[in-house]
Design a protein around this ligand. Structure first.
Ligand code: ATP
Length: 469
């Protein structure tokens, strides 16, 4: 993790937030390469799940919604984590996290009852991570929603919340979507956007932050006639998520599909699978898949007084659809993809290795579609005629690909720089290029070089950079 965090900072993927003022705990800013990487993830997701399917539509809803939304969804009452305070140093921790960390060797059954949680902490001698005391207060439920006020008066009547998930924006618009898109069940609504949670213990770089992006789908299905009718849709989405992870370059052996037992699921869910990944700091949730039943639509219908039922055009039956919800965290996708891509490789004693006397390279082996920069254009020397030819090639390629132009330092060092940010192709313009109107294209992974006519370069790159999912 330390190597990755330092690479992210050094090369402009991700910077600590508000850094010149000493930072703001666990906030991060995406730099020029980070934003390209993140956008590639979001764009591919949108293309795959919205544009390329006939049963999906997209939305972009408000971050701040009417407070009644959060009453109806249960977030005001239930969206909380157990917070335990060390009576000696007054630091606060997630009681369930402390118990979960300890439970690896001991298989502790984590209770939701605060008194039992306190007893378990004492029984297993789980001490304060900060001061080492074993003096816990009774855990209290702490609501994770960020509260603010609309208008100039800070009163309870004006209190509003930043959304803790994107889902509710889609539920409250269900009728609008039905009326305007004329979709028939089953169909889904997709949204990508920010969510905010006042996490008690954020950390592990961009893994757990208080402000993060989600890519969510609410997939509406007919109300199950038989008990397990919803399962086929649930299974279909699990397969879609598996395929997505494969295309993101995540190795299957580091993924775990954990069924969350009764009592530990979110208040709205009848079945949840956490898709967990072996992060360097432990096996943790990457994505989630939940069967939310008709919980949300039912509550919004009751609280708003609006009829949110679906009218089946064939049977004329009116009913509330049920919902399967696959959720992807954008930041966690970025983190897992970067961890998978990160390689340190010994260089063979090739010309590349000897030229700058290094025998090791750091290379981000992203799937090509994901790489923030697709092509680097490198004139062999800064000589005027080479530079201008290389710039000509660059100006043409930027119409089709995200490119970088670099003419500083030795060619070996420039290759290393591009390897370190995961650029799949380096195009070198050399003195021969002026004669034979061709360039050398070097492949990031194999380091093999091809001589390609400049007139055929775009076609060559398109062929090699197009990924058939
Ligand atoms: P966790 O158990 O890690 O707190 P969660 O079960 O609360 O996660 P969900 O409510 O299912 O998470 O949110 C859906 C997805 O949003 C998660 O799978 C994750 O990818 C992402 N996510 C949730 N909380 C955060 C956070 N604080 N920072 C970054 N991403 C998050």
């Amino acid at each position: 993790m330390d190597k990755l965090i330092s690479l992210c900072k050094r090369r402009g993927f991700i910077f600590p937030g508000s850094e010149i003022y000493g930072g703001l705990a666990n906030s991060w800013d995406y730099g020029p390469l980070g934003v390209e990487l993140k956008n590639n993830i979001k764009q591919e997701w949108w293309k795959r799940f919205v544009h390329q399917r006939t049963d999906m539509v997209g939305m972009d809803t408000a971050l701040i919604m009417n407070t009644k939304v959060w009453e109806a969804s249960g977030h005001l009452q239930n969206f909380s984590d157990p917070l335990v305070e060390c009576k000696k140093c007054h630091r606060r921790f997630r009681a369930d996290h402390l118990l979960a960390e300890e439970s690896f060797g001991n298989a502790i059954i984590i209770s939701a009852d605060p008194d039992k949680q306190k007893d378990l902490l004492i029984e297993h001698k789980i001490k304060c991570e900060d001061c080492g005391a074993l003096d816990w207060d009774r855990p209290k439920q702490f609501n994770l929603m960020f509260k603010t006020f609309i208008g100039p008066v800070e009163s309870e009547d004006n209190a509003v919340y930043l959304r803790p998930e994107t889902a509710q924006g889609m539920f409250v618009n269900f009728k609008n979507i039905l009326d305007t898109s004329r979709k028939r069940l089953p169909f889904g609504i997709a949204q990508i956007g920010k969510a905010f949670r006042n996490e008690i213990t954020p950390g592990n770089f961009i893994f757990r932050t208080r402000e993060f992006e989600q890519m969510e789908i609410e997939y509406f299905i007919p109300a199950p006639k038989k008990d397990k009718d919803w399962e086929k849709y649930f299974d279909e989405w699990r397969e879609e998520m598996k395929k997505w992870l494969n295309d993101l370059g995540i190795s299957a052996k580091k993924l775990h599909y954990e069924n969350i037992p009764d009592g530990e699921r979110a208040h709205y869910s009848k079945r949840t699978i956490d898709i967990e990944y072996d992060f360097p700091f432990g096996k943790k949730e990457l994505y989630g898949l939940a069967y939310r039943t008709d919980f949300d639509l039912k509550n919004h219908m009751e609280k708003s007084g609006q009829d949110l039922r679906y009218l089946d055009p064939e049977t004329n039956e009116k009913f509330l659809p049920h919902v399967i919800e696959p959720t992807w965290g954008v930041g966690r996708s970025v983190l897992a993809a970067m961890l998978e891509a990160y390689h340190e490789e010994d260089l063979p004693s090739s010309a590349e290795a000897t030229e700058d006397k290094t025998d090791m390279r750091v290379v981000l082996k992203f799937p090509k579609w994901l790489a923030p920069v697709k092509v680097a254009i490198l004139p062999l020397s800064k000589k005027e005629n080479l530079s201008s030819k290389a710039k000509e090639v660059y100006q043409d390629l930027i119409k089709d690909f995200v490119c970088e132009y670099d003419e500083t330092q030795s060619i070996g060092k420039r290759y290393r720089r591009q390897d370190e940010i995961g650029t799949p192709y380096c195009v070198t313009v050399d003195f021969e290029s002026l004669e034979d109107k061709a360039v050398t294209v070097r492949d990031r992974d194999t380091m093999k070089q091809d001589r390609v006519k400049i007139s055929e370069l775009k076609e060559y790159l398109h062929k090699n950079l197009t990924f058939n999912f």
